[in-house]
Ligand binder design. Structure first.
Ligand code: HEM
Length: 304
């Protein structure tokens, strides 16, 4: 399929039930469209070689791997999400031991996510990501190439504007931020909260529950327990490292790839207007660096 057929292709991806809005959603692209490739699935580990994406659009093996690495990242996050629930229970019960256990489990999960993400470099070609995959993932909100949005024939009479499929629509890192009490700047919060509208409603509700749960930071500071403070800071450090790693990946897959594409005169496949934008529509590096800065600033210092 030619890149020019993007609108036709994407209009097939409309989802209209279960409270999800119409658009090209992370949850549709990365939660459902994979299968385990052989009958011995029960005994085989969840590795790229045992998995296969069951949807297909341009990008060949790089596209397959892009989907599967993202699935593996979500899988690595599962123990981290369980740790948040354990952590909130620990605070409610004032149980330091359980909280320590939860924080350790969360740190390990964040480190596993980073390892899973690293597989992107092994399997996904930056040139193909930049020229092909990214174009198909991009949306029609904050996208200068489609300023008026997209007309959903038979659904609305006016064009609608929706963001593309971005991992910013995953609830994982937003859940970690809520639990750890990391507060982002106004502009970032605006984007991140908007991404919640693209999540399954239960994920969005989970984030809101975490936000209104008793504050972990207050508990750690008022308990005066140095072991809890250290364990909390280790989680914040691991999350900062994960975000730094992700920024480097973005530099390789978007920034350097754009320079390369320009020098090879391949711009006709990749609209200028999208060069410095993510599929969610952000101006990539300033947003991601601000999110990392605010993560780093959450480090707690022992009371004097
Ligand atoms: C080639 C791989 C990737 C590239 C080029 C990339 C690029 C980007 C970009 C440009 C943004 C800014 C928001 C936007 O406009 O979309 C973003 C945000 C984000 N991405 Fe990725 N991404 C990649 C893979 C992933 C994966 C596999 C995950 C994990 C599920 C992930 C997690 C996030 C998160 C959570 C955000 C929101 C910012 C934050 O909380 O730090 N990304 N990504």
């Amino acid at each position: 399929m030619e890149a020019g057929n993007k609108e036709t292709f994407l209009s097939m991806r409309v989802v209209g039930s279960h409270g999800l809005i119409f658009g090209q959603l992370y949850v549709v692209l990365f939660f459902f469209p994979f299968a385990i490739t052989n009958d011995k699935t029960e005994t085989r580990p969840w590795e790229i070689s045992n998995l296969e994406a069951i949807i297909s659009f341009p990008g060949g093996e790089s596209l397959q791997a892009f989907i599967l690495v993202t699935v593996l990242v979500e899988k690595a996050a599962a123990p981290g999400i369980k740790a948040l629930v354990l952590g909130v229970e620990a605070i409610l019960q004032q149980s330091q031991d359980t909280l320590l256990q939860a924080l350790q489990q969360l740190r390990l999960s964040i480190q596993d996510i980073k390892r899973a993400l690293a597989q992107m470099h092994d399997y996904v070609d930056p040139d193909i990501f930049y020229r092909v995959i990214r174009i198909f993932l991009s949306g029609w909100k904050d996208n200068p190439a489609m300023p008026e949005g997209l007309l959903y024939e038979g659904v609305a009479t006016e064009p609608l504007n929706y963001s593309g499929g971005s991992a910013a629509q995953s609830s994982v890192l937003q859940a970690f931020d809520e639990f750890l009490g990391i507060r982002h700047c106004k502009e970032s919060v605006g984007f991140l909260h908007r991404m919640r509208d693209y999540m399954p409603p239960s994920h969005k509700a989970f984030l809101e529950d975490l936000h209104s749960a008793p504050s972990l930071r207050n508990y750690v500071l008022t308990s005066g327990a140095e072991c809890c403070l250290m364990a909390y800071n280790q989680c914040v450090e691991a999350l900062t490292e994960l975000r730094s790693y992700h920024i480097n990946m973005v530099a390789r897959y978007i920034i350097s790839a754009a320079v390369k594409a320009r020098s090879r005169m391949l711009n006709h496949l990749s609209p200028h207007a999208l060069e410095d934008r993510g599929t969610g529509g952000t101006e990539v590096l300033s947003f991601l660096k601000s999110v990392r800065e605010k993560t780093m600033e959450a480090i707690l210092h022992p009371a004097a």
